[in-house]
Design a protein around this ligand. Structure first.
Ligand code: UD1
Ligand code: CA
Length: 403
């Protein structure tokens, strides 16, 4: 291994843009994908890369973005810099210069491009190898709007020309710049200082650094991928929905590869973390939120919503059950039978072989092994012993008439 290839990584996340087409009050990078803000996915990828720091460039909705992310950074040294006004991607990265160390490799990402795989970025960083400019590129059937990768006759990358500045021959190029690069910090800083905005959009283009690299004799390499989802950005609710499905399909495939049986991976949603034992079966249209753990042999019927709960081995959750274990969570014991149409709320602790039937609500209650509430009941703040049979229409609650 060369010394270069072990350089520290610093991630720069551009997140100042407005996102007009979302037609939302919420900043674009805070729109939800699989239960997390878009930009949180990007930071998650940075964390997987073991980046030393992440610098998020904010502008539109800066206060809100900074507030949403502070508590949620994932073991990263997270910093914010502001870009006001927004004068282009080069101008955006210029704002990060004062907080970027000179000795690292910088990976430039966008807060609205959530599904890049850490392995892809790792390969890009390897291509950079500590002293080159590495660009993530891909071939597109319709490259309209993207920066084109212009190569010299020998095949080496020569420039990126933005669509609006490209001539007809350049517009015919189908290899595009994804918006993601890896570049040694020291070189990046020098090049950023040389940018100007003499172009069709009067913007400071980050992509102009390719010309400077070529002029300075620094090698420019392209790492080409074929999976467009990894570099797809979100500009509209339609694109957000497309990436939601792509993200869900990716999660479904990973679970199936681990042995989980999904009746239909296209009708399955995880908005958090789902851990499954062996021989877990999940019927259609179930949603999992927060942290959910399903033990060996658990079966989940159709149309269930499960949030923050632990379901022990062999338990069966029948259709249309809602388990909402916010804080504290919900636990369901081994071999328990829940639903259909059951509702388990925070603090429901159900022992082994407990039965909860239709239209039964359980909140902050402990049910010992084999206890049953099969029909139409409310169990609030109760401790129910082993094998107790809780009859239809029964209610327990902590209401003490003092309010
Ligand atoms: C950019 C690239 C283009 C590439 C495309 C891939 C430049 C000049 N062009 O295009 O070659 O094919 O991405 O999607 O870099 N942003 C800021 N501040 C700004 C401008 C943008 O933070 O002043 C952020 C945006 O919010 C967005 C990202 O940077 O997250 C990219 O900006 P966008 O306008 O989508 O990229 P383009 O300039 O169209
Ligand atoms: Ca732009």
């Amino acid at each position: 291994m060369t010394q270069n290839s072990v350089r520290a990584l610093d991630v720069v996340v551009m997140a100042a843009g407005k996102g007009t087409r979302m037609k939302s009050r919420r900043p674009k990078v805070l729109q939800d994908l699989a239960g997390q803000p878009l930009v949180q996915h990007v930071l998650g990828t940075a964390a997987k890369l073991h980046a030393r720091s992440a610098v998020v460039i904010t502008g539109h909705g800066a206060d809100e973005v900074e507030k949403a992310l502070t508590a949620r950074e994932q073991g990263l040294d997270l910093r914010f810099v502001r870009q006001e006004p927004q004068l282009g991607t080069g101008h955006a990265v210029q704002q990060a210069v004062p907080v970027l160390a000179d000795d690292g490799v910088v990976v430039v990402l966008s807060g609205d491009v959530p599904l890049t795989q850490a392995e892809t970025l790792q390969a890009l960083v390897s291509a950079c190898d500590g002293d080159r400019l590495a660009l993530l590129t891909l071939e597109m059937d319709d490259p309209t709007g993207y920066g084109r990768i212009v190569r010299s006759p020998s095949g080496s990358v020569h420039a990126i020309v933005e669509h609006k500045d490209a001539n007809e021959a350049q517009r015919a190029i189908r290899e595009i710049y994804s918006g993601i690069m890896a570049v040694p910090a020291r070189l990046l800083k020098g090049w950023l200082a040389r940018l100007d905005n003499r172009n069709a959009q009067n913007e400071y283009y980050l992509t102009d650094i390719v010309k400077f690299a070529v002029a300075d004799g620094v090698q420019v390499v392209a790492h080409t991928i074929h999976d467009a989802v990894q570099v797809a950005g979100v500009n509209s609710p339609q694109q957000l929905a497309e990436l939601e499905r792509a993200c869900q399909m990716r999660q479904a495939e990973a679970l199936m590869a681990a042995g989980v049986r999904l009746k239909d991976p296209a009708r399955f949603d995880v908005r958090g973390e789902l851990a499954c034992g062996q021989d877990v079966e999940i019927d259609v249209n179930c949603i999992f939120e927060g942290r959910v753990a399903l033990g060996d042999g658990v079966r989940i019927g159709a149309h269930c919503v499960l949030a923050n709960c632990t379901i022990a081995a062999g338990a069966v959750i029948h259709p249309f059950t809602h388990i909402d274990g916010e804080k504290p969570g919900v636990t369901v014991g081994e071999g328990a039978l829940i639903g259909p149409f059951a509702r388990l709320r925070p603090g429901a602790q159900l022992g082994a072989e407990v039965h909860i039937g239709n239209f039964v609500e359980v909140k902050n209650s402990t049910l010992a092994k084999g206890a049953k509430a099969n029909h139409l009941a409310y169990l609030g703040d109760a401790t129910v012993g082993e094998r107790v049979n809780y009859g239809a229409g029964s209610i327990t609650a902590n209401y003490d008439r003092s309010e």
